[in-house]
Design a protein around this ligand. Structure first.
Ligand code: 3AM
Length: 508
């Protein structure tokens, strides 16, 4: 392979040095003789090049990734298929040309190298990288591209200390196959999300999980799960709770630990729903850590938005979901090892909400983590201050969720917010704390694996809400039936056109 060095790829790119190699491709430092600048070229191995399906997917992904233009994403400059400069491909597959991608050349090192060199990174530096990576992922997700292989080996840190994510989508093409013809595992499973490990659908949330694991490694200097082989590690991602980061790195704040827990929740419902939520919390903990380190500059005064004041931590509640080849293995072990089942049945270690008013004997507040509140705007843009919903369950009357502002009053039947009392409870009372009196509404309930998208799927409990005071206690009558979702449906707004709710407590 070294015989290729110094030769021209496609008559244009001079391959100067081999800087990395993987199972599927080799990365070269190269010189673009047309534009006279240094570039990085990823040249696919011939196994890929000879598989037409793979080739097509690779081309498609390269095109998609080329659309991404972001300071924290390594820019794709060009892609093509070229006759390799020597007989690397020639002898066995004479007709095959090799696909390649040309990237901007990033002077620096991979995040993995950096962690290897330094061990654990300064806490603020780790958070800052996580924010940059999350921003890059957010842009990709907005374009419908899931990275699928977020790992520090795929993050380059340039000379200025800025993180740049690479191998977008391309990773997908490669790792989807997961195996070489002789059955060797190609990729690492050190960062694999549980759903990926089980062969379930992979979404942007899977990237967030992997990013959470990268953050864990940056903070502790090591990956959380180790095993004799890749399958064993993947199964730990499925079954084992994340080791406590504060035990391995005591100076990490509970707030940061909670963000980490939520990013790496095994259950998708408890994991950050999207990049924005994660970034908002990371920015807040960066401010907190900056303050803690005594470097406060005055700007670092942010409070956690979606985390409670005590920044209580949650354990992953339910195991949900690698690579296709692991599916069968995991299925077999899941049947044989009760631990999977045990984990599956564990409920969230949520914290009880403080009663808005003293609860009568016999009633107990339903424990709801903050991710259990959702906005409901089926007749509008389907979003109603979506980011703030957790505030109604944060046990802090000083923070609230609000409807959008409707200066002319509600121009639709209603908007609302609901809580998810999974798996379902016989709700007996609903307490609401509201800073804005003068609104009215009703309580609806529903069941199902997802909340109904339109009001017609909900049941009117016959409980009317008239917010004449700031503390409301509503008796519920479900006729002994369990319901999973409890909706506060606001039908009339206060004169200023906006209703706010600071706490919702459901009693059973
Ligand atoms: O094996 P090391 O860590 O020395 O930095 C990347 C890594 O180097 C480098 O190729 C190796 C395998 O990923 N690399 C990847 N993309 C690059 C780029 N766009 C790059 N180096 C510079 N610019």
């Amino acid at each position: 392979m070294s015989s290729q060095l110094g030769t021209l790829l496609n008559g244009r790119y001079r391959l100067d040095a081999q800087i990395g190699t993987g199972g599927m491709s080799t990365v070269y430092r190269a010189f673009d003789t047309v534009l006279e600048r240094q570039v990085a070229i990823k040249l696919m191995h011939r196994e890929i090049a000879s598989d037409s399906d793979q080739l097509e997917r690779f081309r498609r992904e390269a095109r998609a990734v080329a659309q991404l233009n972001h300071p924290h994403i390594v820019t794709v400059i060009d892609a093509g298929e070229g006759a390799p400069p020597d007989d690397q491909i020639g002898s066995a597959h004479p007709a095959v040309s090799t696909p390649y991608i040309v990237f901007e050349y990033v002077e620096g090192e991979t995040l993995k190298d950096r962690i290897r060199r330094h061990g654990r990174l300064p806490v603020q530096e780790a958070i800052a990288y996580a924010i940059e990576i999350a921003r890059a992922l957010g842009v990709a997700h907005d374009h419908g591209i899931v990275h699928r292989d977020v790992k520090p080996q795929n993050v380059l840190v340039d000379d200025e200390g800025s993180a740049k994510v690479t191998d977008f989508g391309i990773a997908r093409t490669l790792d989807q196959e997961g195996l070489t013809a002789d059955g060797r595992v190609l990729g690492t499973t050190d960062y694999v999300s549980p759903e990926q490990a089980l062969g379930h659908p992979v979404t942007g949330q899977s990237d967030l999980y992997s990013l959470g694991i990268v953050l864990f490694e940056m903070l502790t200097g090591d990956v959380p799960f180790k095993g004799d082989n890749q399958v064993a590690v993947a199964m730990k991602h499925v079954r084992e709770p994340l080791p406590d980061v504060q035990i391995r790195r005591p100076e990490v704040s509970s707030a940061l630990a909670a963000v980490l827990d939520r990013a790496t929740a095994k259950d998708l419902e408890h994991r950050y729903a999207d990049d924005r939520e994660l970034i908002a919390d990371l920015e807040d903990v960066l401010a907190i850590e900056t303050q803690r380190s005594g470097q406060a500059t005055g700007e670092a005064t942010a409070v956690l938005r979606t985390l409670p004041p005590s920044a209580r931590r949650r354990l992953p509640s339910r195991v949900t979901h690698p690579l296709r080849w692991i599916v069968v293995l995991v299925a077999i072990v899941a049947a044989a090892v009760p631990a999977v089942v045990l984990l599956a049945g564990r409920t969230e270690r949520g914290t009880r909400q403080r009663p808005v008013q003293k609860a009568p004997a016999g009633l107990s507040p339903v424990s709801l983590g903050q991710s259990r509140a959702h906005d409901f705007d089926p007749l509008g843009d389907e979003a109603e201050h979506h980011r703030d919903v957790g505030r109604v369950l944060d046990d802090d009357p000083g923070t609230s969720w609000s409807t959008e502002t409707y200066p002319d009053g509600l121009t639709k039947a209603g908007v609302g917010i609901y809580v998810d009392a999974k798996p379902g409870v016989v709700g007996r009372r609903l307490d609401i704390r509201t800073p804005t009196t003068g609104w009215q509404g009703k309580v609806y309930v529903a069941n199902g694996s997802t909340a109904p998208a339109t009001l017609s799927g909900w049941k009117d409990l016959g409980t009317t809400i008239d917010a004449t005071s700031k503390k409301l206690s509503l008796q519920l009558d479900t006729a002994g039936q369990r319901f999973r979702y409890y909706l506060v449906w606001i039908t009339k707004l206060p004169p200023k056109g906006q209703a706010s709710i600071s706490e919702i407590v459901l009693y059973k």
